[in-house]
Design a protein around this ligand. Structure first.
Ligand code: ATP
Ligand code: MG
Length: 409
């Protein structure tokens, strides 16, 4: 029985012959109401960007999904690798779109089944368009019988080795046998820009990545003590931004020479307060950069109680040096959890390479675990704060990163 497909939908999927399409299912975006078009448009842009250089004919969106139409020479392994890193995406599948016709659907499933080997299987039919004749169960049974006869495999509804999904949509029947998980979250760009304080350590890249996962575009700032220390932390920051750029396509890294500020602090302020004062200056400089970049918050990799500088009172003292909110996405995480995430993200191996971080310069034997804003302000009276910030800002090296193109930073 042949059924004519109803009106072509926004995907442009007509009742044409079998053709591949990547169906992208959206995550939290589907909960948005009025703002949804804005989120979906940004996600569509990000997908196009992530797939740059891969043969794609079109990227279009419907209410709950985005459809990617491959062009000839489409590189599915590379495309799926890249799509795994697009925030906002719940999961995706490479589908075959089949005509609205029971025989054609059965033949399509048989072809897909013939491409792999399995001992047990299941057919799952979803009639999203109820105008398609029959029930889902009838269709599952008749296709299942054909696959069983052709493959010799048994039907297993609870733990099948292979599942063939058929979804009947207005424009055609979408068939796939693999669903690849995306990272979830919100599309980069929908939440505005933040400035992330990126050391060469384990925590700050994870913190930056977490804000990206909530839709932030991240600009990075790294402080180095060159020439007092070597440039190894800068090299690590560059490598880390390179890795993180695969999630947001374009990044900027500002490398600030911080040694002179540190020298002044060491020469004029009480040793136990040094680390807190370093951080206050970092925030001031980062905030000035945020102003130039149009960023609305600062991000650090601090976690509560992880090291002596990361106590509530020290965080409060540090925060008061800036007016922008300071986001600490890792504040409630254990080191173990952060390490696990860094490994999954692929930054861990770079982060553990030895370096000379600016925070190791002139660290006192007993850094304060408790501080007050009054103490910090009192100590800073010995310094020309504005001039030191200006001086540091006059000496910033800015590097641009772009992905997937291989651009030199
Ligand atoms: P990380 O692993 O991110 O370095 P950490 O556990 O070593 O964190 P600290 O050294 O106390 O913690 O640094 C706390 C936060 O201050 C870092 O997560 C980072 O956001 C910021 N920070 C520290 N050093 C630098 C630096 N050299 N450049 C930029 N930001 C820094
Ligand atoms: Mg560190």
């Amino acid at each position: 029985m042949t059924q004519t497909a109803p009106e072509t939908n926004r995907s442009g999927a007509g009742a044409a012959k079998e053709r591949p399409v990547v169906v992208v299912r959206l995550g939290e975006i589907t909960l948005k109401k009025r703002n949804r078009p804005f989120f979906v448009r940004q996600l569509g842009r990000n997908i196009r960007r992530a797939l740059q250089g891969i043969a794609v004919r079109d990227v279009e969106w419907g209410p709950n999904r985005i459809l990617i139409a491959p062009a000839p020479d489409f590189d599915w392994p590379e495309a799926s690798e890249r799509l795994r890193r697009v925030f906002g995406l719940r999961n995706f599948s490479l589908c075959q779109v089949l005509p609205w016709d029971v025989d054609a659907i059965r033949e399509g499933v048989l072809r897909m089944a013939a491409e792999r080997s399995f001992e047990s299987f299941r057919i799952s039919v979803q009639r999203s368009d109820k105008r398609f004749p029959g029930t889902s169960q009838e269709l599952e049974r008749s296709i299942g019988a054909a696959v069983k006869a052709a493959s010799g495999a048994r039907v297993d509804l609870s733990h099948p080795e292979a599942t063939f999904h058929v979804e009947i949509m207005p424009g055609g029947a979408y068939l796939h046998s693999e669903r690849i998980e995306g990272p979830g979250g919100l599309p980069v760009g929908v939440s505005g820009r933040v400035v992330s304080l990126l050391s060469g350590g384990i925590d700050s890249p994870v913190a930056a990545w977490r804000t990206m996962s909530r839709g932030c575009q991240v600009t990075f700032v790294h402080f180095q003590s060159f020439p007092y220390l070597d440039a190894s932390s800068r090299d690590k920051a560059i490598a880390l931004v390179g890795l993180l750029t695969r999630w947001q396509y374009k990044s900027r890294l500002h490398v600030v020479s911080f040694g002179d500020v540190q020298h002044q602090i060491v020469a004029s302020c009480p040793p136990p307060l040094r680390v807190v004062l370093y951080r206050r200056f970092m925030l001031r400089i980062a905030e000035a950069i945020a102003g130039r970049e149009g960023a609305e918050a600062l991000v650090t990799g601090e976690s509560l109680g992880q090291v002596s500088s990361q106590t509530l009172s020290n965080m409060a003292t540090i925060d008061r040096a800036a007016t922008l909110p300071v986001l600490r996405p890792l504040v409630g995480r254990d080191k173990e959890q952060i390490i696990e995430e860094a490994r999954a993200l692929g930054t861990y191996e770079t982060s553990i390479e030895p370096d000379q971080d600016c925070c190791t310069l002139f660290v006192p034997r007993n850094p304060a675990t408790h501080s007050t804003v009054a103490e910090a302000e009192e100590a800073e009276r010995a310094l020309d704060v504005a001039a030191l910030v200006e001086q540091a800002l006059a000496n910033v090296e800015t590097l641009e990163f772009s992905w997937p193109e291989t651009a030199e930073p």
